[in-house]
Design a protein around this ligand. Structure first.
Ligand SMILES: Cc1cc2nc3c(=O)[nH]c(=O)nc-3n(C[C@H](O)[C@H](O)[C@H](O)COP(=O)(O)O)c2cc1C
Length: 184
């Protein structure tokens, strides 16, 4: 099972790094990140060093397997997704591997999960999200969560990561589901 993860230059790069950790035991992770993601990772104290088994592709590698719809992927996740990348995706601009992977996911109609991170949102941001949602993407912003009684940022991250895995059709125990009797 192949996955593609793109990490772009919005705050919350840790979500992307942690998602790779979740997916690596479930299949082959193809990964690319932008220079701005690297800069923000350094700013936010996040390591972008990954275990063997994660295939890291340069952003310019438009000849990577994930550039083609003939290469099958279980899903494509861009997390976090900057407003810049979101806008280019909405416009169909495939100027780097992450944008091309998003474009391919939309045309092939396999899951494309976007985790846009910005606040407040301008009308341009909202319209770009609406365009992408109409084209088939799942817009999954990393919102604050409360009803599962988070005690730390990691608990909130677990919730978002669990929602991403849900949309990839993968089982997990990252959060307690509403209606699940297991204790807090
Ligand atoms: C510390 C820092 C935090 C940022 N956080 C965000 C953010 O949360 N969301 C966003 O859309 N852009 C954010 N930006 C701006 C993006 O990095 C910028 O738009 C960049 O061009 C995105 O490039 P990329 O999509 O190629 O990674 C941030 C920039 C810096 C330096």
């Amino acid at each position: 099972m192949n996955f593609f993860v793109g990490i772009t230059g919005a705050s919350g790069v840790r979500l992307g790094a942690r998602l790779v950790g979740e997916l690596v035991s479930r299949g082959t992770v193809h990964l690319s990140f932008t220079p701005q993601a690297q800069a923000i990772a350094a700013e936010e104290g996040v390591s972008l060093v990954f275990p063997d088994g994660v295939k890291i592709w340069p952003l310019e590698a438009l000849n990577a397997p994930v550039s083609s719809g003939s290469f099958r992927l279980k899903g494509t996740v861009i997390v976090p997704c900057s407003m810049g990348t979101l806008g280019r995706l909405a416009a169909g601009v495939s100027s780097n591997l992450i944008e091309r992977a998003g474009d391919v996911a939309l045309k092939e109609k396999w899951p494309l999960i976007l985790v846009p991170r910005e606040t407040p949102l301008s009308l341009i941001h909202l319209e770009n999200m609406a365009t992408l949602a109409r084209a088939g993407a799942v817009i999954l912003p990393p919102v604050l969560t409360y009803y599962h009684w988070p005690r730390c940022i990691e608990d909130m991250e677990d919730f978002i990561l669990g929602k991403i895995l849900d949309h990839l059709g993968l089982d997990h125990a990252l959060f307690r589901r509403w209606g699940d009797e297991a204790g807090r």
